[in-house]
Design a binder for this molecule. Structure first.
Ligand code: CMP
Length: 214
């Protein structure tokens, strides 16, 4: 994002951001609080999630570096839409709300990247709403496994789900841990996934075909 800036512009940008580290488990953003900064994730993975008053959790997404979050409150001046929690140790740069427009003037591609990210998230949310309305838990678990494995294939060349427990997969699919485990075991028996410890290796073609048939 910033690699084509001149040294002078980079120095200006560096003065706008603050480097921060968060340990695994830390809440970086709290739902409903006022937002005063956005974050550029440089190392690690975070979970974006909602908690219900009776303690249930709905995971909206997992974000890996490089990426950004916390921009919504800055753009629409509403409270934070979700919690953002470090699932590994995390390193990031925070950018204060007051500096967002100066950062965009320095690197206009930042604005385009913010819009592209929001569009992608909206598309994911539409798909998810569709799945919740029209499909059962089996379909939703298969969709989560397909999405995570496809993202892994695109970024690292291997179609795996790793670093997520069955509980994590269940909260992404809006179902229980028991249901997620049962469906993943069935997919393994059908030869569509292979589980190796905490890694799930996915046959993307077969899983996509199964989802289309469902
Ligand atoms: P903000 O509302 O400021 O704080 C919470 C952040 O979580 C939000 O900005 C987004 O950056 C991020 N977020 C909210 N919903 C999603 C989603 N569905 N997928 C990914 N990130 C999200």
């Amino acid at each position: 994002m910033f690699s084509d800036l001149s040294i002078q512009d980079l120095e200006t940008f560096v003065d706008m951001v603050q480097f921060r580290r968060y340990p695994k488990g830390a809440f970086i953003v709290n739902q409903n609080e006022a937002g005063s900064a956005m974050y550029l994730l440089v190392v690690g993975r975070v979970k974006v999630s909602l908690a219900s008053p009776d303690g249930k959790e709905l995971a909206l997404n997992y974000l890996d570096a490089p990426g950004h979050f916390g921009e919504m409150s800055l753009v629409d001046a509403e409270p934070r839409s979700a919690d953002v929690i470090a699932v590994t140790d995390v390193e990031l740069f925070s950018l204060d709300a007051k500096d967002l427009s100066s950062a965009i003037q320095l690197q206009p591609r930042l604005a385009l990247s913010l819009i592209a990210t929001l569009s992608r998230r909206l598309r994911q949310t539409i798909t998810r709403l569709e799945d919740m309305a029209f499909h059962d838990a089996t379909h939703r678990i298969m969709r989560v496994v397909l999405n995570v494995a496809t993202a892994s294939y695109e970024s690292r060349g291997v179609p795996v789900v790793q670093g997520l427990t069955h509980y994590d997969i269940a909260t992404l699919a809006g179902t229980s841990r028991e249901t997620a485990s049962r469906i993943i075991s069935q997919l393994a028996r059908d030869g569509i996934v292979a589980t190796k410890g905490r890694r799930i290796v996915v046959d993307l073609i077969q899983l996509r075909e199964r989802l289309e048939m469902d």
